[in-house]
Design a protein around this ligand. Sequence first.
Ligand SMILES: *[C@@H]1O[C@H](CO)[C@@H](O)[C@H](O)[C@H]1NC(C)=O
Ligand SMILES: *[C@@H]1O[C@H](CO)[C@@H](O)[C@H](O)[C@H]1NC(C)=O
Ligand SMILES: *[C@@H]1O[C@H](CO)[C@@H](O)[C@H](O)[C@H]1NC(C)=O
Ligand SMILES: *[C@@H]1O[C@H](CO)[C@@H](O)[C@H](O)[C@H]1NC(C)=O
Ligand SMILES: *[C@@H]1O[C@H](CO)[C@@H](O)[C@H](O)[C@H]1NC(C)=O
Length: 349
Amino acid sequence: MKSISSSSSSHLLIFISLLLSFATFTFSSSGVRVIDGLKNYSELRLPNGTSGPESLAFDCHGKGPYTGVSDGRILKWTGTQWVEFAITSPNRNRTLCDGSTDVNNEPICGRPLGLKYDTKRCNLYIADAYFGLLKVGPNGGVAQQLARVDDDGVPFKFLNGLDVDEKSGEVYFSESSAIFQRREFQLIIPTGDRTGRLLKYDPTNKKVQVLLKNVTFANGVALSTDDSFVLIAEFSSSRILKFWLKGNKANTSELFARVERFPDNIKRNKDGDFWVGLFSNRVIGTSTLIPWKKLGDDPLGVKFDNNGKRLEILDGRGGQELNSVSEVKEYDKKLWIGSSMKPYVAVVN
Ligand SMILES: *[C@@H]1O[C@H](CO)[C@@H](O)[C@H](O)[C@H]1NC(C)=O
Ligand SMILES: *[C@@H]1O[C@H](CO)[C@@H](O)[C@H](O)[C@H]1NC(C)=O
Ligand SMILES: *[C@@H]1O[C@H](CO)[C@@H](O)[C@H](O)[C@H]1NC(C)=O
Ligand SMILES: *[C@@H]1O[C@H](CO)[C@@H](O)[C@H](O)[C@H]1NC(C)=O
Ligand SMILES: *[C@@H]1O[C@H](CO)[C@@H](O)[C@H](O)[C@H]1NC(C)=O
């Protein structure tokens, strides 16, 4: 009798765990869909020695992803391996740079952060932390510098995120700080630095316009589908701002959403919703302004609709695998996950 009941309960357990293993998502108490980041998880390991695939892009044929890594190269995933695609510094020293993870080499090697393909013209736009705004054609090679100084002639200190208006070719991009370079980013928070900016590059006159000043650690940038607004992440304030480009609120900004932890890149999906990558370095500690545990145990990405309503949360289940997420890109029914530190791009499907 005893053995029968224990065996039927263990059958029940097996049945339940089988059921669970086919469900990669659940719903939180607030109705937000929670995706288990460790179910159906895989990694595209970078070439030995490199790390930090911050941002991801797919080209006009749907190939990729492309990503910028620690040694300054932009790599392309062919489906089976990573190959070199482009570099951002014309004088990049291969002996010194290839395979480097030394941040002190970044000013020589480059550090491509924000990436976005203009799929209409097949150009990849790059925000390099040290070499400004660049673009490179479908064959790659040495990228062409578009802008390295602002409208007052002041050199950019630390470019970070970008998005491209495929209709006009205008590029919206962020400068994280006017004082600190990327390799000194850890000084931005303790000094209370508020010199980040949202900028716009106009390809018709090659001018750079400042849209928003005094942004705290300006990071990810994403345009709305109808180009009526652009979002910008304030990494160290744990919030996303909305800057209006059209309508009666044009040229003004407002709060779009607050997030738990540090918001990094923002990527729009094909439905016009926005995935915000949440940097979660558990050593630095997390922002506790928001009771994020109610939304999931370990939120590493959050998807918003156009109005700032939460739709989905990517939960890392406290594992090391997704500990330093910089970007969540929804593409081809998968989530492609970038990181400023890990030696791989993670894929959740
Ligand atoms: C996990 O991935 C496999 C292969 O892509 C897919 O067939 C399956 O539907 C996925 N499972 C869930 C629950 O998404
Ligand atoms: C990369 O590093 C791993 C672990 O150190 C090693 O096993 C592998 O052979 C290396 N691969 C190449 C291509 O060097
Ligand atoms: C490139 O880097 C190597 C290793 O640091 C150094 O020995 C060499 O002089 C550098 N070459 C140039 C042209 O700067
Ligand atoms: C606002 O940003 C400008 C540079 O864009 C800087 O000179 C100024 O100090 C900032 N103000 C504050 C309060 O941080
Ligand atoms: C927004 O600012 C730009 C540049 O300063 C200006 O050309 C445009 O007229 C402004 N639009 C509105 C609605 O104020």
